[in-house]
Design a protein around this ligand. Structure first.
Ligand code: PLP
Length: 453
């Protein structure tokens, strides 16, 4: 580590005081939060103003796939800032063209046109709009246990309880169940049965809604925020076949799973499936500058050859963001970062988590691949009752709060959601760092075990 954390508690207190005075935080009750003041970050770590370092097993919001402050990406942003900070989306500019080429080269199949956005939700909004205009149909099918973003259409597509309080305008959105054997909506007892029943349920939903009314089916290739559920073999290929049969646009949301996280450039590569539209953000440039986008098939792109596409924002394809994407993608390729994510997942994190699970009654299931893992924590291994109820808050959430506090005391920053902790370090994580994180997690799970029956 080249930058060493130093201690300056007074500076930290000033940052915190200004934050509490003026910053309105997302997804939070403003009076109940106590955000940690951050002094710096590098690689797999960040640190506070007391000089305490945290191993970042959250990748912030699962976006710093290349780690913090990668020197090549920082330099690319600095160089671009000196050359051309901003230019409207309507111009052709070298960094935007090159970023689009690099993304298109890596996306599966014929997804060769790239529409840039400022993040994931905006990518989802535009993918849905493209599908509706392309088909002339209005309904969109989306899965329960999914997250697609917090803007208008994206939050309505989202299938998790955070949507319910704000769900006032779900026009045209229909939710269905996707496969998840551990908590099977279909009461299946094998992956094959879960897959078959999930596909039949989707067919039934389509038949009931009317195939001629459905513009798109959107799925996270591997749902992330909702619990990292790797779909059973054959499921995504089955959805592809159903979409083809009914002329429905297949959208895969790879905002979280894309760009190396699963040990391939895209999670779709694990399943040999090509969607019609693929949304991305986060890992495309590790979030150093806001960027997302939609990769578009030749057929859908052609819809807008002679007819304008009605969408785009002032900063779409921002030069600083595009320069950082080029540097990120090139560094990932040059430094074997995607391969590293695959190897660490297979050889260190996967086996390590399974071994940890054997020692802890609170771990119900371990699932994932690459650097994309979840521990499903339970109160009772037999009944699989979650360690905390969905949407738990206050006293109900104490078990997860105790667990997260134990991780932080040990120097690990976890990604905790509902009754799960996700293990999502950077794709650059070393074997030693992964083992350090697993050891802290192992100890912290004692705090969760204390709440089991
Ligand atoms: N889609 C998926 C699969 C996501 O995981 C997220 C964010 O976590 C989004 C969309 C929304 O992305 P953003 O927060 O950049 O708008």
């Amino acid at each position: 580590m080249s930058v060493q954390p130093s201690s300056d508690p007074a500076a930290g207190a000033a940052v915190k005081a200004a934050d509490r005075a003026h910053v309105f935080h997302s997804w939070s009750a403003q009076g109940l939060i106590d955000p940690l003041a951050i002094a710096g970050a590098e690689g797999s770590y960040f640190w506070d103003y007391d000089g305490k370092r945290y191993l970042d097993f959250s990748c912030q919001l699962v976006n710093t796939n290349i780690g913090h402050q990668h020197p090549k990406v920082v330099a690319a942003i600095q160089e671009q800032a000196a050359k051309l900070c901003t230019i409207a989306p309507g111009f052709a500019v070298d960094v935007r063209s090159e970023a689009a080429r690099l993304v298109a080269e890596r996306t599966p199949g014929d997804l060769d046109k790239i529409f840039f956005t400022n993040g994931g939700a905006e990518a989802v909004e535009n993918a849905v709009r493209m599908a509706r205009l392309h088909t002339g149909r209005s309904k969109v099918l989306s899965a329960y246990r999914s997250y697609h973003g917090a803007t208008a259409a994206a939050i309505n597509l989202t299938g998790d309880p955070r949507r319910w309080p704000s769900d006032t305008a779900s026009a045209g959105v229909v939710h269905f169940w996707a496969p998840f054997l551990y908590r099977s909506p279909f009461h299946a007892d094998s992956e094959a049965q879960e897959c078959e029943r999930a596909l039949r349920h989707l067919e039934d939903t389509i038949a009931f809604e009317g195939p001629q009314t459905i513009a798109a089916i959107i799925l996270e290739t591997i749902p992330g925020t909702a619990g990292i559920m790797v779909p059973p073999p054959g499921y995504l290929a089955g959805v592809r076949e159903i979409c083809d049969r009914y002329g429905i646009v297949f959208i895969l949301d790879e905002v979280m799973a894309g760009f190396g996280r699963t040990g391939h450039w895209f999670a779709a590569d694990h399943f040999g499936v090509t969607p019609d539209l693929l949304t991305f953000a986060k890992g495309v440039n590790s979030g150093y500058v806001p960027l997302g986008g939609v990769a578009i098939s030749a057929e859908i792109a052609a819809t807008f050859d002679q007819r304008p596409y009605p969408g785009g924002l002032t900063y779409s394809g921002h030069p600083l963001a595009c320069a950082s994407a080029i540097a990120t993608i090139n560094a990932m390729a040059e430094e074997g970062i995607v391969e590293n994510a695959a190897a660490i997942g297979e050889n260190v994190i996967g086996p390590g988590l399974r071994e940890i699970a054997e020692r802890h009654p609170s771990v119900g299931e371990v699932r994932g691949l690459g650097v994309f893992w979840a521990l499903d924590l339970v109160r009772d291994e037999e009944t699989r009752e979650p360690l905390v109820p969905y949407n738990a808050s206050g006293a109900d959430n104490q078990p997860m709060a105790d667990f997260a506090a134990a991780c932080k005391r040990g120097g690990l920053w976890p990604f905790v959601n509902m009754n799960r902790t996700h293990v999502v370090p950077p794709c650059t994580v070393t074997e030693a760092e992964a083992k350090e994180g697993l050891a802290i997690l192992d100890e912290a799970l004692g705090a969760a075990d204390a709440h089991t029956v």
